[in-house]
Design a protein around this ligand. Structure first.
Ligand code: PGA
Length: 265
């Protein structure tokens, strides 16, 4: 039997290490207004820098926009200078976390194992997770893209009980597409998503694999969003650069809303 693939799209804005308090205020005031007519048809999150979490949380309260953070410690508490725990983030009103972003894997040398620990502590604390996976250009050229993603997803979900999987979304983010202006084609992204879904099916079961949202990330912008979202395998986007302009992010949200509405029930 063909399982039903999740219909409602999720769009995340990954601000990375950008912005000021003032810029966040302007941005979120515009975004809250733009999101208001779309709340029924699309989910949206903003992943803001740690210092602005409280401020941004206040600005989006009641809007339906989810407050997201970009990092978390794998430890519960203790002598870990500079780190922030899942419990603290929950306490600040955070709903969802980016874990395993390629910039953290590469620049902070985060291992598959560490990422798995971060996922585990986050979901058991009650947070949702946006788990990022993706291959380098060299890995893709060598025909290893699917194997790399399978390794990353298996390690990250190791020990995650089926009951916690509803809190996890996957972001397929090919590293060569991040911040380069060179997005994966909708067809290539769709093939990678189908392969990731198969991995989840093997780790869990077909119903769970179908229900898990798999987002695409890497140079998503207002011009390519509609064609990406035309692929049923793509259940949303993690957006970096284009999430820093309210008008661009709002345009991507509208494309996602239209895609949700045009997908069969
Ligand atoms: P980009 O970033 O949209 O600027 O390519 C995506 C991401 O890093 O999540």
């Amino acid at each position: 039997m063909k399982q039903h693939i999740s219909k409602r799209l999720l769009i995340g804005g990954n601000w990375k290490m950008n912005g000021t308090r003032e810029a966040s205020t302007l941005m979120l005031n515009d975004l809250v207004t733009a999101f208001e007519p779309l709340t029924e048809s699309v989910d949206a999150a903003v992943f803001v820098p740690f210092p602005y979490l409280q401020h941004c949380g206040n600005l989006i309260r009641g809007s339906g926009l989810l407050l997201g953070a970009q990092q978390v410690s794998a430890e519960a508490n203790g002598a870990f200078t500079g780190q922030v725990s899942a419990e603290m983030l929950l306490d600040m009103g955070v709903k969802i976390l980016i874990i395993g972003h390629s910039e953290c894997r590469q620049l902070l040398a985060e291992s598959d194992e560490l990422i798995g620990e971060k996922v585990a502590i986050s979901v058991s604390t009650g947070l949702s997770v946006m788990l990022c996976v993706g291959e380098t250009w060299q890995e893709r050229q060598a025909g290893h893209a699917e194997a790399v993603c399978r390794r990353q997803i298996s390690a990250a979900l190791k020990g995650i009980h089926l009951d916690h999987m509803g809190a996890i979304q996957i972001a397929y983010e090919p590293i060569w597409a991040i911040g380069t202006g060179r997005s994966a084609t909708p067809q290539d992204a769709s093939i990678s998503h189908a392969s990731l879904r198969k991995d989840i099916e093997e780790l869990y079961d077909p119903a769970l694999a179908a229900a898990t949202r798999i987002l695409y990330g890497g140079s998503v912008n207002p011009a390519n969003a509609t064609s990406l979202f035309a692929q049923p395998e793509i259940q949303g986007a993690l957006v970096g650069g284009a999430s820093l302009k309210a008008a661009d992010f709002a345009s991507i949200l509208r494309s996602a809303s239209q895609a949700t509405s045009s997908r069969p029930n």
